[in-house]
Design a protein around this ligand. Structure first.
Ligand SMILES: [Ca+2]
Ligand SMILES: [Ca+2]
Length: 197
């Protein structure tokens, strides 16, 4: 019984050592910070729809990124995510909400990671969610960055739809190592070796 407690304590300590701290590579991920000129810091907007730093809806605090799609538009909010490595797995996404504008259909909220080496586009990973819905997470997990990747263009956009889409609480980071596997691979042999002494 005593040995079991010692081993379990060791496993817990090793687990703490190797559990990665949660992080987020996106800047101003909750879109609350003002750039100083009334726009959200670190974010850019473009397109023929209406992109606003909105306060009519938000998942966190008071602000979100809003797109009003007017039917013939490619509109987006985007930012560069830097410090990436080719061959590494990443998770990315955000929380989205949609509403129709009276025409009967909401825009499809889409997001992309455009993988780059400097200014060379290496490939694109994308996902989307259609229909009318309240805040929900939309994203991709365990996406391997193409060889040579140094950065990615993260985009929240709508394309040739009608209605409103809001985005908030965005996320982009290395896929976490599974803690249980770390325990099995590193913790158990260490604990057993020490027990034999
Ligand atoms: Ca616009
Ligand atoms: Ca927010």
């Amino acid at each position: 019984m005593k040995k079991t407690i010692v081993i379990m304590t060791m496993l817990a300590m090793v687990g703490l050592l190797f559990t990665p701290a949660s992080a987020n590579l996106m800047l101003n991920a909750d879109v609350e910070t003002d750039s100083g000129s009334g726009t959200p810091a670190s974010w850019g907007a473009s397109g023929t729809g209406v992109e606003t730093w909105a306060t009519d809806e938000s998942r966190s605090t008071s602000h979100s990124l809003k797109i009003e799609d007017n039917g013939s538009t490619y509109s987006y909010w985007s930012q560069w995510v830097t410090g990436l490595s080719g061959g590494t797995d990443y998770d990315f996404g955000g929380y989205f909400k949609t509403a129709n504008n009276g025409s009967g259909s909401a825009p499809r909220a889409q997001l992309q990671a455009l993988w780059y080496n400097g200014s060379t586009h290496l490939g694109t990973s994308s996902t989307s969610s259609g229909g009318v819905y309240d805040w929900k997470y939309v994203g991709l997990d365990e996406i391997t960055a193409p060889t040579g990747t140094t950065r990615a263009r993260f985009q929240f956009f709508t394309y040739r739809n009608q209605g409103f889409a809001w985005g908030d609480d965005f996320y982009f980071d290395v896929t976490p190592e599974p803690a249980t596997m770390t325990l099995l691979l590193l913790g158990l042999p260490l604990a057993l070796r020490r027990r034999r002494k």
